[in-house]
Write a protein that binds this ligand. Structure first.
Ligand SMILES: Cc1cc2nc3c(=O)[nH]c(=O)nc-3n(C[C@H](O)[C@H](O)[C@H](O)COP(=O)(O)OP(=O)(O)OC[C@H]3O[C@@H](n4cnc5c(N)ncnc54)[C@H](O)[C@@H]3O)c2cc1C
Length: 407
């Protein structure tokens, strides 16, 4: 799913502007900034979106596109992802772009008895939370996904999980926002924030000053740099994810496939860090989805490697091995490229959404780790509810920066 190829399909949405004053400036045109711009514009606000590069040039253009409920532990993130599916469906009514949304469902594969027990335990708590999940036996797995190896002895299945093209979704939010008057600027890196007393009054792009009543930091893995411009420390760090892309083929995989280890790595970053096994050390676990174009995306890694977006041959090799282990016939396919994105990781796995204590007019909306595509619509809606003084759909205190304050 390349940023370049998709962008070519999309009409030019960036405009040169003379305006220097807005109700809200959104820094970052990834999926989160785009969703925020969409909801704020629909509320009638005059919105400017700035990106130092182009839309979806960050992590939102270098990721899978699963709106997953299955991979989440019971709680807010399941509610937000479920609302996300609903809001993406609404977005698709406001755009001519094809979001490539498919409610394919996901299957999480287990190859040992321990993994089956692990999945069963997860499923019980998810069911208790109202999630539609159930256990598949080997025969059911093979009838749904004939490519899966005989070594897989059980799986959990969640029919609600939905695939989307994250790049098209980002563009659709932005286009739709533009239809409501939102202005978008690319190649516009915010270099400083304008503070007067305890109020943030806007941003600087080099020498150019832009004022706004609200400034929203939606810079994903780089959100900490932007907040640091006014001395605000936020605990977001990059967690690299590498993926492989195969040549396009006819549809051969109908659902989204994961392995039990994926769930474990996602929710426990310490797992594998001290292991001698290079695959565990790099947080490698299987995720597979076939895109509309026919390419199969094979993932992935979960690594703390600073801001390095390069891919490595070692990870390439280990991911391909893992994929062939679970889906032996993938061995026949050519890998046409690999890429890496930086998940914006927070220590408790929850995003940071909301105001910064002591600074008026500044909102944070970042730190969605491996869930940003799923959580973007509800994040955008929550931010617009905060800005417009409306009651929020979700308990705001659970997203606040102040939860990280040491007591
Ligand atoms: C391999 C991989 C697979 C993933 N799979 C999934 C998945 O299946 N489902 C899911 O829900 N999530 C998934 N994710 C996570 C998801 O991709 C991220 O959570 C999401 O893309 C983060 O979006 P964002 O808008 O916060 O950040 P970004 O997309 O990185 O956007 C931030 C933007 O800010 C801009 N910016 C930075 N600094 C400045 C500045 N100073 N001035 C102006 N602009 C600036 C950047 O150019 C960038 O465009 C995956 C991630 C990876 C890496």
């Amino acid at each position: 799913m390349t940023h370049e190829s998709t962008q070519a399909k999309v009409i030019q949405i960036w405009e040169v502007i003379e305006l220097k004053s807005f109700d809200a400036v959104v820094i970052g045109a990834g999926i989160i900034g785009a969703a925020i711009a969409y909801f704020l514009s629909r509320e009638g606000l005059k919105v400017l979106v700035l990106d130092r590069s182009t839309p979806a040039s960050g992590t939102s253009g270098a990721c899978d596109g699963v709106i997953s409920l299955h991979s989440k532990t019971p709680g807010l993130k399941i509610d937000m992802a479920r609302e996300g599916i609903h809001l993406y469906n609404q977005l698709s009514l406001h755009t001519d772009l094809d979001l490539e949304m498919d409610k394919k469902g996901s299957i999480c594969l287990a190859e040992t008895e321990e993994e089956v027990v692990f999945l069963k335990k997860r499923m019980e708590s998810q069911k208790g939370y109202g999630l539609d999940v159930r256990l598949l036996d080997p025969e059911e797995i093979r009838s749904m996904e004939p490519l899966v190896s005989d070594q897989v002895i059980g799986a959990s299945w969640c029919p609600e999980d939905t695939q989307i093209n994250p790049i098209m979704a980002t563009f659709a939010f932005l286009e739709s926002a533009r239809d409501k008057g939102c202005v978008l600027r690319k190649n516009a890196p915010v270099t400083s924030l304008l503070v007067h007393g305890t109020t943030l009054q806007g941003v600087m792009i080099g020498e150019e000053k832009i004022s706004a009543e609200w400034t929203i930091n939606a810079c994903g893995a780089e959100a900490a740099y932007v907040s640091e411009m006014i001395g605000i420390a936020i605990p977001i760090q990059p967690r690299r994810g590498q993926l492989l892309v195969t040549e396009p083929v006819d549809p051969v995989i109908s659902s989204i496939l994961l392995e039990a280890r994926y769930m474990a790595f996602k929710n426990n970053p310490a797992l594998g860090r001290s292991s001698e096994d290079p695959a565990l050390k790099a947080g490698i676990s299987l995720s597979v989805e076939q895109t509309r174009s026919g390419s199969i995306l094979i993932g992935g890694t979960r690594e703390f490697a600073g801001y390095n977006r390069k891919t490595s041959y070692d990870a390439f090799h280990l991911m391909a091995e893992r994929a062939i282990h679970f889906l032996p016939s993938l061995r026949e396919l050519r890998i046409i490229r690999s890429f890496a994105g930086l998940r914006p990781y927070t220590p408790d796995g929850m995003p940071i959404i909301g105001p910064v204590e002591g600074i008026d007019g500044f909102l944070l909306a970042a730190g969605h780790e491996g869930d940003g595509i799923a959580l973007a619509p509800s994040t955008g809606k929550m931010v617009s509810q905060m800005v417009c003084g409306k009651s929020a759909d979700f308990p705001l205190e659970l997203f606040s920066l102040s939860r990280f304050k040491s007591s």
